[in-house]
Design a binder for this molecule. Sequence first.
Ligand code: GUN
Length: 287
Amino acid sequence: MSAQIIDGKLLASQVRTEWKQRAARLTEQGVRPGLAVIIVGDNPASEIYVRNKVKACGEIGIHSEAHQFSGTTQPEEVLDCIQALNQNTHVHGILVQLPLPLHFENNKIITSIAIEKDVDGFHLYNVGALVTGNTNFAPCTPFGVMTMLEHHHISAEGKHAVVVGRSNIVGKPMAMMLLERGATVTICTSKTRDLQYFTRSADILVVATGQPQMITAEMVKPGATVIDVGINRLPDGKLCGDVEFDSVKDVAGYITPVPGGVGPMTITMLLCNTIIAAERVHQNASV
Ligand code: GUN
């Protein structure tokens, strides 16, 4: 048996077509959705992510602006920039690309973003809202994964979902969102003892460890849905995920490829969150 491929690239383009119309409607009504992206330092991966985010905004009709700071910038300068963006009515979403340089305290920076503009959903208030089932902005990668599951009518209700990875960006919010949808959730890490014991009992397995091809066929339950959030570069220059795609696809029921799986969905959900933020401003102005 070979798994059905969950094509993130195709779904992302379908979702973007739909949301482009929503952005256009808002713009016609005088509110052009706007996103500000802040990047500090010269992390090459972050630079590519930010470039892709800005490009995607342009394609869907969202105003975007990138604010670039050198790696030696002091946090106060970035805080001043965020304060100005909080007040800027053309900007509905603010995103600080992570990781920040080591002399920055992530939470100090992120909690200075206005809650209603925190399109990453990383502000402590929005994390609390997510945990209590009152989601304000769903973090983009887990939001993308849930959209993929929904599109393929893969219900989480009553299933055992195993999330490998405990990051604030993916693992933890992913677990919360699956829990909210009725799954029984286990959170593992790449260091979990006898990881295979857990992964083999997963109906839905989400892997976000950053360890190339660590999930192999014998670690997967036949028929399981396998979602690969990893994106790694092999010594030969090829991209691969955290899942050994070639062997796991013969065991799983559904599987996401890398590239072309979760990646395109992450940016798409950021665009959606920015349009949602702008729609809320418009709705509040018209009541
Ligand atoms: N770095 C890696 N992924 C993300 C993300 O989704 N948002 C931000 N702000 N930084 C990231």
